[in-house]
Design a protein around this ligand. Structure first.
Ligand code: SF4
Length: 356
């Protein structure tokens, strides 16, 4: 994909995990072929930023050698499988996700953003995440197949879960789902075999920075990290989450500049898009400003380079939007909402918020 700082190359590690060699190789590739910045996305994927058209084929070959992308671009497009990051080897999440990954050729060609969720622990973690076709732990203890946007689903067994996912995806397309774009917007009644009254199990505790049963969880402020920072983790395996948090398997945490292990870090309450100069639509800088403002804001803070609001769709307690090189400020608002104060430069904004 094109971005303001060059091509953006998405990497979808299998089961949301990179082993030590993959992590090292990915960091080296991001520094050699990109601008050294890596995004952690809300689908628990990675994006290597700032790749030139000349470097892109070399990067793709490197990623293939690291087994981080599928050799077939069509299959790579279909590998939109988000798994709960607390999986354990041999559990239903691993079994179903691996089987689905092995049967991608059986899927129809789905709209670009359509994806799958596999979340089978007793306390699911991905209930709040978008995913069109879902296998989840049900409140009754067994697995359910659930279409996104429907509150309940139908019982499935681990052995037929992938058959049913493929069947639901195929029905989605055959019933006109491509026009809706996503399952949540597709209003066609589900076929009888996909209708059920089984609710998902109660959602589990969210993952936060600090100690975790798998090792140690670090937050990635703004969801972007320098490859050199990630490389400091050393020869370790990491798991990705959709919440700008990565889990280092095994061991204790340590201080790494650029990653946060402090649950009270004000940056954890901040959404800020790349802004200027990285995004061509931005007329203002965003993230450095957000770092200065964050300690002075009690609730959620959104700093957006323009009214599009890519970093956050929901309202934030304080929302700062760039417009024609200046900042508008609104409370309990989305980016671009009518401002309470308009047209401030950075100094005036910092002064107003007591952050100068
Ligand atoms: S919100 Fe605007 S400035 Fe920020 S990334 Fe999106 S388009 Fe670019």
């Amino acid at each position: 994909m094109e971005a303001g700082d060059g091509l953006l190359v998405r990497v979808r590690p299998s089961l949301g995990r990179l082993d030590g060699a993959q992590l090292r190789g990915l960091c080296e590739a991001a520094m050699a072929f990109g601008n050294g910045l890596i995004d952690l996305t809300s689908r628990a994927n990675l994006q290597i930023r700032g790749v030139s058209a000349q470097a892109w084929p070399l990067l793709v070959e490197r990623l293939k050698a690291l087994a981080l992308i599928h050799a077939d671009p069509i299959m790579e497009m279909r590998r939109a499988i988000l798994v709960s990051p607390d999986w354990t080897e041999g559990d239903d999440t691993v079994g179903i996700a691996r089987e689905l990954a092995a049967r991608l050729a059986e899927l129809p060609t789905l709209p670009a953003k359509v994806g799958f969720i596999v979340d089978t622990k007793d306390a699911p973690l991905l209930i709040g995440e978008t995913g069109d076709f879902r296998i989840e732990r049900g409140a009754h203890g067994g697995l359910i197949l659930r279409a996104d946007g429907r509150p309940t689903g139908v019982a499935v067994e681990p052995g037929d879960a992938v058959d049913q996912l493929i069947r639901l995806a195929t029905w989605f397309l055959a019933s006109g789902g491509a026009d809706a774009g996503r399952m949540v917007r597709h209003r066609a009644p589900l076929p009888g075999w996909a209708q059920g009254a089984l609710a998902p199990a109660r959602v589990g505790m969210s993952i936060r920075p600090g100690s975790h049963p798998l090792g140690f969880a670090y937050a990635v402020p703004f969801g972007t990290v320098e490859a050199a920072t990630l490389a400091q983790l050393g020869n370790v395996a990491v798991r990705l989450t959709p919440w700008r948090i990565l889990i280092v398997e095994g061991g204790a945490g340590r201080t790494i500049t650029g990653l946060s292990s402090d649950r009270a870090d004000p940056l954890l309450r901040v959404d800020a898009c790349p802004g200027a100069p990285r995004c061509p639509q931005a007329s203002v800088e965003t993230r450095a400003l957000a770092r200065r403002i964050a300690p002075h804001v009690a609730g959620g803070l959104h700093v957006s380079g323009c009214a599009k609001g890519c970093a956050r769709a929901a309202p934030a307690e304080l929302c700062v939007t760039g417009r024609e090189g200046r900042y508008d400020l609104a409370r309990d608002a989305r980016a671009g909402a009518p401002p309470q104060r308009a047209g401030m430069d950075a100094a005036a904004l910092l002064d107003y918020l007591g952050a100068d």
